[in-house]
Write a protein that binds this ligand. Structure first.
Ligand SMILES: [Zn+2]
Length: 307
């Protein structure tokens, strides 16, 4: 990935390039909706600043992409939870201690790279204390440091913070750009309306959907031992009550059932021994064009019998 690969933000990319070309360390304030590429751009800049070979495949670029480069730090709620050894849910604000530790780090020599980078995501969550502790270093960052603040809510930042940064605006993606992103990311069937021009939000929706499907599969798996064949055949979920269930839908259901089955197998549940081959067999039947409703019904009866 390079700066060019960022979809739908030509203006932001242009400003980022100018910033790079000027070899300045003026802090950047990246403002725009959730999940449209702010963090991606910040990390790409971090890579460029530290890449010695101009090769996006070099060790330094790889480390940054994997979040393993010691000189590049993304500070957000998750990071703060990690260093404080607390739950993420407990983090309300970015605290002064978190910022003081980063300020200290920015004045040390880089450990591996040439430029230390600090990316503060959700910068609107800085407490007033933390923001004030930040001001001096934003005013005059060390020459070998780069600071990027990211937020969807510019108006929640202290004016003194805003005035010390150069702004880069991001926007929501148009439907065409979302489709392009979707194609590159290999993700189908996203509701573009729900995603509202945000690849990050689309990914979140996909994850949510997957989690829901897994929850349903878990519940089904748990219920099977108590169910008779008659009960299964008569049940709504097999036949979709009137509306015919499509092959891809059934295929998804069967694949998702592998999650509880595999978990049961790891836990040494004897019931899972036969379940996984039965699931594979059902997928094969689907590929051989057996009627999907029947395949699923047979499978559930088999799984219930073995339970
Ligand atoms: Zn590189």
């Amino acid at each position: 990935m390079s700066l060019d690969a960022l979809i739908g933000q030509p203006l932001a990319v242009e400003l980022a390039r100018k910033w790079l070309a000027q070899k300045t360390n003026h802090p950047l304030l990246m403002v725009g909706p959730e999940g449209v590429g702010k963090r991606t751009l910040a990390l790409e800049l971090a890579k460029t600043l530290n890449c010695k070979t101009n090769d996006p495949d070099c060790a330094s670029c790889h480390k940054i992409a994997a979040g393993l480069h010691p000189d590049i730090r993304v500070v957000d709620m998750a990071w703060q939870a990690l260093i404080r050894d607390e739950e993420v849910e407990k983090q309300q604000n970015l605290r002064i201690e978190t910022i003081l530790a980063e300020r200290h780090r920015l004045f040390q020599s880089p450990l591996e790279g040439t430029r230390k980078v600090l990316i503060v995501d959700d910068a609107h969550r800085l407490t007033p204390d933390a923001a004030n502790a930040f001001l001096k270093v934003l005013e005059e960052p060390p020459a070998d440091a780069a600071i990027f603040l990211l937020t969807p809510f510019r108006e929640r930042l202290l004016p003194t913070i805003i005035s010390r940064c150069r702004p880069i605006r991001f926007r929501a993606l148009a439907d065409e750009e979302m489709r392009l992103w979707q194609k590159r990311a290999g993700i189908e069937e996203i509701d573009l309306w729900l995603a509202r021009g945000s690849p990050g939000r689309a990914l979140h929706l996909v994850r949510e959907e997957t989690l829901n499907a897994i929850r349903q599969a878990d519940a089904l798996w748990e219920s099977l031992p108590a169910r008779s064949a008659v009960d299964i055949v008569g049940n709504v979920e097999n036949r979709g009550k009137g509306a015919r269930v499509t092959r891809p839908e059934i295929e998804e259901k069967i694949k998702t059932l592998k999650v509880p089955a595999a978990r049961a197998l790891r836990a040494g549940d004897p019931r899972a021994m036969n379940a996984l081959p039965a699931l594979e067999g059902a997928l094969q039947k689907l590929r051989h064009n057996v009627q999907p409703g029947l395949v699923y019904e047979d499978l559930l009866i088999t799984l219930a019998k073995d339970a």
